[in-house]
Design a protein around this ligand. Structure first.
Ligand code: M6R
Length: 616
């Protein structure tokens, strides 16, 4: 995810900003930049690539007198990774500079209006509209603080923001809505950061901004107000600095022991980000920027061929059920490493859909190239903006899950399912899906962050189950319909994280061989939410119980009957059947995480594996 650092004080600002950016590098980024103010006005430098490259580019800049500035590491969401799209962004005159984390949902309409009013844009980003909006508001108001406040009143979306202006060189304005931002309070110096790790070497005294707050920070003071005006005008917020107790390593992980744990706990936010600006609930449809211009082409699609590897392939298998059941589009899913070598027979109106977190997986990329070679239309569901698959496919949708650092894919998988649901809505409403059904799916999608939060609260109970099973020699994982792929996903995690052999099966297959494995020492994880296949799953659970196999069951809250068969039961809140895997996967991630942690494994970097498999 993007990172922000800003400084105002008495010291030379450039080395402080570069140091802060280096401390943010662990979050992942594709470009970086700084903007500073000297007696001669504002200056900026931005580069595509590493902070070290920015540091080199800043050599001999002559900005030693600058003691105020902002800096940013960008993880592309709107607009490819490039120097022009790197932050900070500026207004027409180059006076106002903005570093922004988050997404401006309505940037297209704002940009159109600003262009009509004569503003000139230099990047493809949503962020640049903020600089121009502030510029426009500066002409109507007497100071930068109010200009930022008024500008933000036009914005829909998420932001953590740091703004400086050559016309008011003694302050940084900061604002927050749904994207974290803190102020660092030091002696004769103050800071702004998206993440405490950027500033912890300078101060441990911080103020956490809350949503809808705006702050003015000078070298020796700060004030915080509500962003919106109340009945008596702006509302002052009394904020006292808090001392950060964590060490630096803990701060990078936001207090979590591992990135995987942090990323699991980010899932509610990831769902919100993947959905943001893409759901029109009252029309029961999805608006997906990356494919909106290909609507007609997509209406003609007669078959979707999904290709991917590992966890992304599992997401494809869930998408297959969604697309067939709700969009009525025949769908097939293939492991990319097989797809590229067999001779798939393509039809005229086939769509090849590649799913990949990294966008760099060699086999998935090769499958895309193969399909293109045969003249098939290709689409990507990719997390990393500007990655090879996102560039090689004809069009696509980004996940907006933020960088995933842990090798085990968790939040990216959830976002792949969210985007698949949105794509199902998109295609379904072009076909036979009714408005009522479209609205139902859209409404249920919106509820998901809260449902996941409920599941996350059960961590202690799940940890106790992990302790019971950590030494098991192997496990069988079962599910049906939407949750058959989920059995495969949790099996990947048992192998990848816990180094426990795991056999995953659509539960109906159990009797065709694997049931012979069951005895009192061979546990089964049965994913059995109350849905259209629940009774079938219950029969499978009974069959295992009859052979004295220990069972961990996952089911829907309020369904108590599985406790008579299972030694342990995990409960999840009810949602639409097609969305169940999104909620059900969360406790299973926690379960495998805690088993791996109890075994003392290197969770974020499992043995023999790499985050991005760029070779065959
Ligand atoms: O970057 P991709 O989504 O293309 O990666 C695909 C797989 O390598 C990946 O999902 C892998 O299976 C995960 N490490 C599993 O947690």
């Amino acid at each position: 995810m993007c990172g922000i650092v800003g400084y105002i004080g008495k010291k030379e600002v450039v080395p402080i900003l570069i140091n802060g950016l280096k401390r943010l590098e662990y979050r992942g980024y594709d470009s970086a930049g700084v903007a500073v103010l000297t007696g001669n006005g504002a200056h900026s430098k931005r580069v595509l690539g590493r902070v070290a490259g920015l540091e080199d580019a800043l050599q001999g800049n002559g900005w030693q007198t600058a003691t105020i500035g902002i800096a940013h590491t960008r993880w592309a969401t709107h607009g490819k990774p490039s120097e022009a799209n790197a932050h900070p962004h500026t207004d027409c005159k180059g006076n106002i500079w903005v570093a922004h984390n988050g997404i401006v949902e309505n940037y297209q309409e704002l940009k159109k209006a600003l262009i009509e009013a004569g503003h000139e844009f230099k990047s493809e980003t949503d962020t640049e509209v903020l600089a121009h909006l502030i510029e426009a508001e500066t002409e109507k108001t007497d100071n930068l603080f109010n200009a930022v406040r008024h500008a933000l009143s036009h914005v829909r979306g998420a932001y953590g923001l740091a703004v400086i202006s050559a016309t008011e060189p003694d302050k940084i304005i900061a604002a927050r809505n749904s994207s974290p931002l803190i102020l660092g309070i030091g002696p004769e110096e103050n800071l702004v950061a998206s993440d405490a790790s950027a500033i912890i070497n300078l101060t441990k005294e911080v103020i956490y901004l809350d949503d809808n707050e705006i702050a003015e920070v000078t070298a020796d003071s700060f004030r915080v107000e509500s962003l919106e005006f109340g009945p008596h005008g702006s509302e002052k917020r009394v904020k006292h600095p808090e001392t950060i107790e964590w060490d630096e390593a803990a701060i990078a992980k936001d207090g979590h022991a591992h990135f995987m744990h942090k990323e699991i706990f980010e899932i509610p936010e990831v769902i919100r980000n993947s959905i943001r600006g893409r759901l029109i609930v009252e029309e029961g449809r999805a608006k997906l920027g990356g494919i909106e211009n290909h609507k007609d082409e997509l209406r003609d699609v007669e078959r979707v061929l999904i290709t991917a590897c590992g966890t992304a392939h599992v997401a494809g298998r869930v998408a297959e059920y969604m697309l067939e059941e709700y969009a009525g589009v025949p769908t097939e899913v293939d492991i990319a490493s097989e797809f590229r070598y067999r001779k798939p027979i393509f039809g005229k109106n086939d769509l090849l859909l590649a799913i990949s977190q990294s966008g760099e997986t060699a086999d998935t990329l090769a499958a895309v190239k193969e399909a293109k070679e045969k003249g098939v239309t290709t689409m990507g569901i990719v997390n990393v903006v500007g990655s090879s698959i996102s560039r090689d496919t004809d069009f696509g949708v980004y996940n907006h899950a933020g960088p995933e650092i842990s090798v085990a894919s968790t939040k990216a998988f959830v976002s792949q399912l969210i985007v698949s649901s949105l794509f199902t809505l998109f295609l379904g409403r072009q076909r036979e899906m009714s408005l009522t059904m479209g609205k139902r799916i859209a409404e249920e999608l919106k509820q998901l962050p809260e449902l996941v939060k409920v599941v996350l609260q059960q961590e202690d109970a799940i940890k106790a189950i992990a302790a019971k099973y950590k030494d098991m020699p192997a496990i069988m994982t079962l599910g049906r319909k939407y949750n058959a792929p989920l059995a495969a996903e949790v099996a990947i995690k048992f192998k990848e994280l816990c180094y426990i052999p795991a056999i995953d099966l659509p539960a109906g297959e159990m009797k065709h061989g694997s049931l012979a494995l069951i005895d009192k020492d061979f546990p089964t994880l049965a994913i059995a939410p109350v849905d259209s296949v629940y009774e079938k799953m219950k029969s499978n659970i009974e069959e295992i119980k009859a052979r004295v196999g220990p069972i961990i069951a996952l089911t829907t809250e309020g369904n108590d009957e599985l406790s008579q068969y299972a030694s342990d039961v995990i409960y999840i809140p009810k949602t639409l059947e097609m969305l169940t895997p999104i909620v059900a996967v969360v406790p299973l991630y926690l379960l495998t995480y805690h088993i791996a942690a109890l075994k003392g494994h290197d969770i974020d970097k499992p043995r023999n594996l790499a985050k991005s498999v760029t070779v065959e």
